[in-house]
Design a protein around this ligand. Structure first.
Ligand code: TRP
Length: 371
């Protein structure tokens, strides 16, 4: 049996270049390598609602944005299945049975849930206190719902960032517990982390650790050329590098972090022929004598080269929005068939498939006929 690859994104905003280097690019490579039996990419709207339950309009608006971002980076519905989570009711059904297999204490220990609660809870800084009036059960239990997302498709491979590790671990525990109680039914998944180190997390253009919509420090995949150029010129660099001749620092220097993620050898010949490679550019910056503007212009050209075809493809897809919804509907229908198959397996294993259970019916008939 080949690999079954599955991953998803919460539709809470347009996708940005952090998503691109961290996951989307790798997904397109996986898709095109064709080394799998099935690949699923889905829009996790039900999960997004667990902390946006008071703003369904936001989720509703962003489903199409994420779908357009998927298509414009080259995810191809002819090769893979792209679907919308809430259109697969089996996912909620599975999650309900998995809830019996997880303790409250175990959920409380999930590091991702812990930090996310801290971020959204009462008195939290940065993001608004979404959970000011208490922690919703839906959010608290979303790792269980995520285990359902993964196991419903018998996924073997989940491409995701480091932050999703605790989710996969929790899924594996649920799978083991389920299989040990009800018999071998579910498949244990493995996380597939991004390979390039620089890609693990791209900082915001302001140098803050994470790109986030609420911080206004993102470069979106669909960024128009003029705002892309402006954003690059405004990027955080090295506050100690005041005049050109000052020695520059690379640590925490966003422009160099982005270069690590996006710059390829060929870019020097094309856009910055004075330097043979990135190491020489860095060395000159550290010695002093190299201005930020020159490097920013270089980065701007590299990003424009990368984003321009994505932007153009997006404009093409935007011309037929109803067709995108059709694609999502088709993908969701396909996905639903697979999830329904797993649901049947689960029902059989748990012996809650009463109407298909000939043995049960015969046994009960016998019992009541007094034999
Ligand atoms: N939790 C993921 C995120 O926030 C989204 C997600 C939901 C997901 N279900 C998943 C990712 C299953 C991988 C597999 O980005």
């Amino acid at each position: 049996m080949g690999k079954i690859i599955l991953t998803g994104d919460r539709p809470t905003g347009r996708l940005h270049i952090g998503h691109y280097v961290g996951s989307l690019k790798g997904r397109v490579e996986l898709q095109n390598a064709m080394d799998y039996e099935k690949m699923f990419v889905f829009i996790a709207d039900a999960q997004a609602l667990t902390d946006n339950f008071d703003n369904p309009e936001k989720v509703r608006q962003n489903i199409i944005e994420v779908a357009l971002d998927y298509l414009s980076v080259g995810l191809d519905p002819n090769k893979i299945t792209i679907f919308v989570q809430s259109m697969i009711p089996e996912l909620t059904e599975l999650a309900f049975y998995y809830m019996n297999l997880v303790t409250v204490a175990r959920l409380q220990r999930n590091p991702t849930v812990k930090s996310e609660i801290a971020m959204r809870g009462f008195g939290s800084e940065g993001e608004q206190a979404v959970f000011g009036s208490g922690l919703p059960v839906g959010f608290f239990t979303y790792p269980i719902s995520q285990a359902a997302d993964i196991t419903a498709f018998k996924a073997t491979t989940v491409p995701a960032g480091e932050d999703q590790k605790p989710m996969i671990e929790q899924t594996v525990e649920i799978v083991r517990k389920f299989n040990s109680i009800y018999g071998e039914t579910l498949v244990e998944p493995e996380i597939l982390l991004p390979s390039n180190n620089a890609c693990h997390r791209l900082p915001g253009i302001d140098g803050k650790a994470k790109m986030s919509k609420s911080l206004g420090n993102c470069i979106y995949l669909s960024e128009p050329a003029d705002t892309l150029a402006k954003k690059v010129m405004s990027m955080y660099t090295d506050p100690l590098h005041i005049s050109i001749n000052d020695p520059g620092h690379l640590e925490g220097n966003t422009v160099f972090t982005y270069l690590d993620a996006f710059c390829r050898q060929e870019h020097f010949g094309k856009y910055l022929p004075d330097y043979p490679n990135l190491d020489e550019l860095k060395a000159h910056y550290q010695r002093g004598g190299l201005g930020d503007v020159k490097i920013k212009k270089f980065l701007g050209k590299i990003l424009e080269e990368e984003l321009q075809p994505i932007r153009e493809r997006r404009h093409e897809f935007e011309k037929d929005i109803p067709e995108i919804y059709n694609m999502l509907r088709k993908g969701s229908d396909e996905a639903r068939q697979v999830a329904a198959q797993t649901m049947d397996d689960v029902r059989r294993a748990m012996k809650i498939n009463y109407f298909e259970d000939k043995e049960l019916i015969a046994e009960q008939a016998k019992r009541f006929s007094g034999q």
